[in-house]
Design a protein around this ligand. Structure first.
Ligand code: 13P
Length: 353
């Protein structure tokens, strides 16, 4: 069992590959559809995921896909299950296991705790039977200077939940993606780069303490952190180099070398911005001999161009797929430190590689 999990973890962060996060809950997916006047039906959610997973060269860029409960049970347009479609494309199916964040009792207003631990071992068993190889759990950490958030109570509770989730996954046969997201968007995100750094350090310290206490095997897990970036409402801009250096330094301080890999979330960064940051992190990681592969596990920064082209229209499927493959290739290059801004404009890039 254990060496199998280590092999899955390694495959998820194989050179030049990353993860597509397509695990928006039905509510979140509907919200994104509604904003673009796409009807919010199960069929269109299915058609959209079908479009993504059957894009050209999908398996060359995406080692795995995080699915939502509805999607892992659906069939694609050709009748195969999505699990079969991904397997045929050479991409591993994964599953979101958390049931979302709720207000943390007796904590500062706006401090969240992620739920979903009750009955988790049974759900893991079922998803393993459905073909899942890995899982995700997202903790949400909000910075709010006015209330002194995040509190230690919030960081401790979320780290504890992440650790219990990760242990249950490893015991049940899934590689856990451990995702502590320090929010960079939203109305409260006015933090400086320096504050973001301090909160990331506290967060990672709590997370690895709890993972250690829970006996989680680092070689059989992936860390999915946010990058260290000033809040979108801070008015501060940091250079690509500063973001990359600060992010890498923080990870080198707090993440054990045995962790199989690090796959970042995009968290509200622009598409090109998320790619530029990942590229620079890899350039620096090479120079500093960082011990783990560093890649992407983006949702919005991968899907946005495709969704905006598709708009629910069957006639636009090919154009939308080309847009996803384009971002897949650019991020694959960034995961190797081989991206450059001029490649963004080359529309025929996928065909020429
Ligand atoms: P974003 O890249 O859109 O932040 O999504 C990644 C994810 O899986 C969040 O849980």
């Amino acid at each position: 069992m254990s060496s199998q999990l280590a092999a899955v973890a390694k495959a998820l962060v194989a050179p030049g590959k990353g993860i597509l996060a397509a695990d928006e809950s039905t509510g979140t997916c509907n919200k994104r559809f509604a904003a673009l006047n796409i009807p919010q039906t199960e069929e269109l959610r299915r058609n959209y995921r079908d479009l993504l997973f059957t894009a050209p060269s999908f398996g060359s860029y995406f080692s795995g896909v995080i699915l939502y409960d509805e999607t892992i049970r659906q069939n694609g347009r050709d009748g195969r299950t999505f699990v079969e479609i991904l397997q045929a494309a050479g991409s591993l199916p994964g599953i979101k296991l958390d049931t979302g964040p709720q207000q943390l009792a007796l904590a500062n207003p706006g401090e969240k705790i992620t739920e979903g631990l009750d009955g988790l071992a049974k759900r893991v068993d079922e998803y393993v039977k459905l073909g899942a190889k890995f899982a995700k759990w997202r903790a949400v950490i909000t910075i709010d200077a006015a209330h002194g958030s995040p509190s230690d109570a919030c960081l401790h509770a979320n780290a504890g939940a992440l650790a219990r989730y990760a242990a249950i996954c490893q015991a049940g046969g899934l590689v856990p993606i451990v995702e502590p997201e320090v929010l960079m968007d939203g109305d409260l995100a006015t933090q400086s780069l320096e504050t973001s750094l301090a909160v990331h350090e506290r967060t990672l310290h709590h997370v690895f303490n709890e993972l250690h206490r829970a006996n989680v095997v680092y070689e059989e897990m992936i860390l999915k952190p946010s990058m260290v970036i000033p809040g979108l409402k801070s008015g501060e801009t940091a250079s690509v180099r500063d973001v990359a250096q600060t992010t890498l330094t923080t990870l080198l301080r707090y993440v054990p070398a045995a962790v199989a890999g690090i796959a970042f979330l995009s968290g509200g960064q622009g598409n090109e911005e998320a790619t530029a940051h990942l590229n620079e992190i890899n350039v620096l990681a090479k120079a500093e001999n960082a011990p783990w592969p560093l890649t992407f596990s983006y949702g919005r920064a991968l899907q946005q161009p495709a969704l905006h082209l598709w708009l629910g229209d069957d006639a636009k499927v090919e154009a939308a797929q080309a847009a996803l493959s384009h971002r897949g290739l650019l991020n694959s290059l960034a995961a190797q430190g081989k991206w450059s801004p001029d490649l963004e404009k080359q529309r025929d890039l996928v065909a020429t590689r």
